[in-house]
Design a protein around this ligand. Structure first.
Ligand code: ADP
Ligand code: MG
Length: 485
């Protein structure tokens, strides 16, 4: 007689933790909400900053979504997706990192009821992709193009864009000063606007307003030699030898950086010996100077012929404060570069999100079934941006959002939150502008992240490997971290 004895198929080793299906999806969605909570209050000009202290006791104050998430050291595999999109938003457009995280989490939050209901994730994903497609098309349609031929007008626009980016930062009080400086710096670059040709050097001490821009390469004097005090501190039209020879042991890393930057800026090539010093290996610049900046001696190479380069010398008090200033300037520099490259802008302060939300809501009414509800959910999720801006400013969000919905229904397409007067305002006229690309990138990335998280219905965590030696491949699909003993 044959007995039915089902032999279990053993695929994974004992102790492997798998969780799957709807509960898994819901738990991933919840994890993402926690991530959003961490950055929620930093959004917008009235956003708060976070102070983070790492294992070694190093403190960082930041308002930047990507920076905060990076420092949080998230291990949850699904929640990590949000950290990744914040980082890629930072790398690609340099701004909108908090927005992208909030949007992704809000998308997930709005579609959670549908997942719980048992709606197939692929149905949801399809709806979200088409909504994103429509939204991006709409942004392209309504964004305002800036004329490039009028240099003065372009410059004014860039300064406004930079100032908007700084609104939410610690340096908002000095935004006029810094937005001019940032635009000046970017204008010094060549056509391709290479970011690395803008150096930022922090010199502790002095007032923030003593920060200045140097047209050329600047670095801390990294070497000295016997009798250097007697040498002139300024040379006109010097020739520059770039030596890969250690003149002094310390600061080799700094020296290396100096060489690379100088080669790109001044021309010439790096020599490993002083034997064959011909004219063609020497770099050139207009002025070389040694100057005192705060407590430091600085070397300036000004007027470099080969490449357009500049250095921002930042002054200020606390180290964390200067680091945050540097990050804020970086954001603003990225915005200005983007605005030069893509001369198309939309109004911020939730205006563009409200307009897209209205557009998608109207559109959803024209289609039947589940897709209607899902696109409606997408439209609702977009409202998180103006809502959070209100919350962070301490406004009555429901009231402001009602006003905004009404205004947008009447065709006031650039109306957004007015953070100064607890009201709504035409943010296009108020010059609260953002490059369209920042919003397009944020929307696309947030929706893709939401879809990615939805399409994962199983996480397999490997147990701690008991085998000695390096784990030999085949670690399965799980992203479980091997623990150190
Ligand atoms: P992110 O990391 O997403 O760039 P921010 O903290 O920089 O986050 O906040 C950006 C949001 O704040 C954008 O939606 C932007 O439109 C809005 N914002 C910036 N300045 C203003 C302002 N003056 N009034 C209203 N909203 C503003
Ligand atoms: Mg920003």
């Amino acid at each position: 007689m044959l007995t039915e004895c089902p032999t279990p198929v053993i695929l994974l080793k004992e102790g492997t933790d798998t969780s799957q299906g709807v509960p898994q999806l819901i738990s991933n969605i919840n994890a993402c909400q926690v991530i959003a909570e961490a950055v929620r209050t930093t959004l917008g000009p009235r956003g708060m900053d976070k102070l983070m202290v790492d294992g070694r006791g190093k403190a960082t104050i930041s308002n930047d979504g990507a920076t905060i998430l990076k420092l949080l050291d998230v291990v949850h595999p699904a929640a990590k997706t949000l950290v990744d999109i914040a980082r890629s938003q930072d790398a690609e457009v340099g701004d909108g990192t908090t927005s992208v995280t909030l949007l992704a989490a809000e998308f997930l939050k709005q579609l959670k009821p549908y997942v719980e209901e048992g709606l197939h994730p692929q149905t949801i994903i399809r709806a979200f992709r088409s909504a994103t497609h429509l939204a991006v098309k709409k942004i392209r349609e309504i964004s305002v193009t800036v004329k490039k031929d009028d240099k003065k007008e372009q410059r004014e626009l860039l300064v406004k864009c930079a100032a908007t980016a700084m609104n939410s930062k610690l340096i908002a009080g000095q935004k006029e000063f810094f937005s001019e400086m940032v635009v000046e710096a970017v204008m010094m670059l060549d056509e391709l606007l290479p970011l690395k040709m803008i150096g930022i050097k922090k010199v502790q001490g002095g007032a923030l307003e003593e920060s200045h821009l140097v047209a050329g390469v600047a670095f801390k004097k990294t070497f000295s030699y016997a009798g250097f005090e007697m040498q002139p501190k300024r040379y006109d039209q010097p020739k520059i030898a770039l030596l890969n020879v250690e003149l002094e042991l310390k600061a080799e890393k700094d020296n290396a950086e100096v060489r690379v930057k100088s080669v790109e800026a001044c021309g010439g090539s790096i020599q490993t010996s002083v034997g064959s010093m011909t004219d063609d290996v020497l770099g050139r610049c207009e002025v070389f100077e040694e100057v005192q900046v705060g407590g430091e001696r600085y070397n300036f190479f000004k007027g470099c012929p080969r490449s357009h380069t500049c250095t921002i010398i930042l002054r200020g008090g606390a180290e964390q404060f200067m680091e945050e200033t540097e990050r804020s300037l970086h954001d603003a520099i990225m915005i200005v570069r983007r605005a030069i490259k893509n001369d198309s802008i939309v109004a911020g302060g939730g205006a563009i999100e409200m307009e897209l939300s209205k557009y998608l809501r109207d559109y959803s009414r024209t289609i039947p079934g589940k897709q209607q509800l899902l696109i409606g959910a997408y439209a609702k999720a977009l409202e998180i941006i103006p809502r959070q801006l209100c919350d962070n400013a301490g406004f009555d969000a429901t009231n402001i959002l009602n006003k905004l919905r009404a205004k947008h229904a009447q065709g006031g397409m650039w109306y957004g939150v007015d953070v100064n007067n607890e009201d709504i305002a035409d943010n296009y006229l108020a010059c609260v502008w953002e490059p369209s690309i920042v919003r397009i990138n944020a929307l696309t990335a947030a929706s893709e992240a939401a879809c990615l998280i939805l399409s994962v219905d199983e996480t397999i965590k490997n147990p701690r490997s008991s085998v000695e030696g390096p784990p030999g491949g085949g670690r399965g699909r799980g992203r479980g971290r091997p623990h150190a003993h």
